[in-house]
Design a protein around this ligand. Structure first.
Ligand code: FAD
Ligand code: NAP
Length: 336
């Protein structure tokens, strides 16, 4: 066997919320062959297998009685030209932000608004990562994924991934797919995406280049988001709710100050952070677990908080927002 299986591995250092939990088995996979072996080992032992990247979008609430496969498949390669775009092929285990910087150094643009998102390239399609008006689906050409049930390796087009708002086919519970490689279509001609007000404001009066957009996104993020190396968190804990125009109008009558963004003629996106703040949770702590004082959408773990405590606070928030606004918040990270 070309893989090493470790037993009873502490998961606290392997995810950014830093909750205590143990994995029954742990394996690092550096190639497709190693992934196949890890999958066969799990099947043989009748254990479930969970792929893990940087652990920045997961909550571990209990002992994980299966095999965690840390996806460490590396490699970045500039491929074919397609019109004004260049295809870049990237291994699933590459660090996302390092990859973004690598593209900028090569004069390729498209990823600058997605700077400083923690995690790996292979996890980026799982929830169709998005920030400052750009989503993964806008820059992806295709991806390769391995089916742990029938051992098929399949190339997916953007349409086949069924991308949605912080969602994809791969985020659904029970998905058998492990992403091994992602192909991006990047621009040689810069087309800035500056629809988000804070970004636009920060860039006013500056000569706009992809590197300057990236630097500005990094500054904005560092100014309001907690650094997971300092304060445990999984980024936004809830998705921004999308409601019908009728429901929006009835809330707007009472709260005309509510931040809102049209999705289409029938639906409105509301800022979940604002709803949580109205329910007085901003800066509120229960033991080590709390709501960040600069961004109410982020649940933080200042030390020894457990996943169960994180979920208990999340449930209280969901309940209160439901009671006060009639809106059901949806948890964004995957809970295990
Ligand atoms: P993990 O947390 O390791 O995994 C997440 C899920 O994907 C798990 O279900 C896991 O099983 C699955 N998975 C991981 N790798 C694979 C693979 N190769 N194949 C199949 N399944 C896989 N998200 C945004 O969208 N926008 C943001 O702006 C953003 N900002 C953040 C800021 C902070 C401070 C933090 C902590 C998080 C933020 N996030 C954001 C969430 C997170 O960074 C992203 O979702 C990221 O893509 C997760 O990558 P990861 O490698 O850490 O995934
Ligand atoms: P913000 O600028 O304070 O805005 C609050 C919310 O309003 C955002 O969540 C954003 O929705 C929405 N919004 C703002 N301007 C918009 C516009 N012009 N059109 C449509 N929607 C708009 O947000 P922030 O907390 O500082 O985050 C900045 C960006 O980074 C956001 O895109 C956010 O999603 C992303 N981010 C994501 C995570 C995560 O873990 N998922 C963590 C940190 C930051 P969207 O979220 O739909 O963009």
């Amino acid at each position: 066997m070309d893989i090493t299986i470790a037993r009873q591995v502490a998961l606290k250092p392997h995810h950014t919320l830093g909750c205590p939990a143990i994995a029954e088995c742990w394996v690092e996979v550096h190639s497709l062959n190693q992934l196949v072996e890890a999958c066969q080992y799990a099947k043989h032992q009748q254990l479930r297998m969970l792929p893990l990247g940087g652990g920045s979008n997961v909550v571990f609430t209990k002992h994980f009685d299966g095999v965690i496969a840390k996806i460490a498949i590396l490699g970045k390669q500039v491929g074919a030209k397609q019109g004004g775009q260049i295809i870049v092929e990237v291994g699933a285990g590459e660090n996302w932000h390092e990859f973004v910087c690598w593209t900028l150094q090569r004069g390729l643009s498209g990823l600058e608004n997605l700077s400083l998102i923690p995690g790996t390239v292979g996890a980026a399609p799982i929830q169709n990562i998005g920030a400052y008006g750009v989503e993964l689906k806008d820059v992806m050409a295709s991806l390769w994924a391995f089916n742990t049930e029938n051992e098929e390796l399949k190339q997916f087009s953007v349409d086949e991934c069924q991308f949605g708002y912080r969602d994809s086919l791969f985020k659904r519970p029970g998905s058998p797919w492990v992403i091994t490689k992602v192909d991006f279509k990047l621009n040689t001609q810069f087309k800035p995406q500056l629809s988000y007000q804070p970004l636009k404001q920060q860039l006013a009066g500056k000569t706009i280049t992809p590197q300057i957009v990236s630097d500005t996104v990094c500054q904005l993020r560092l100014s309001k988001l907690p650094d997971p190396d300092v304060l445990g968190n999984a980024g936004s804990f809830f998705k921004n709710p999308v409601v019908s125009i009728e429901q929006f109008q009835s809330i707007y009558k009472v709260h005309p100050e509510i931040p809102h963004y049209p999705v289409d003629s029938q639906q409105m996106k509301l800022a979940a952070g604002w709803l949580i703040e109205q329910c007085d949770f901003k800066g509120h702590y229960q033991g080590a677990v709390g709501v960040h004082d600069k961004q109410a959408l982020v649940i933080v773990n200042s030390g020894e908080g457990t996943g169960a405590e994180v979920m208990a606070l999340a449930n209280q928030i969901t309940h209160k927002v439901g009671e006060q606004f009639g809106i059901q918040l949806e948890v964004e990270p995957r809970v295990y």
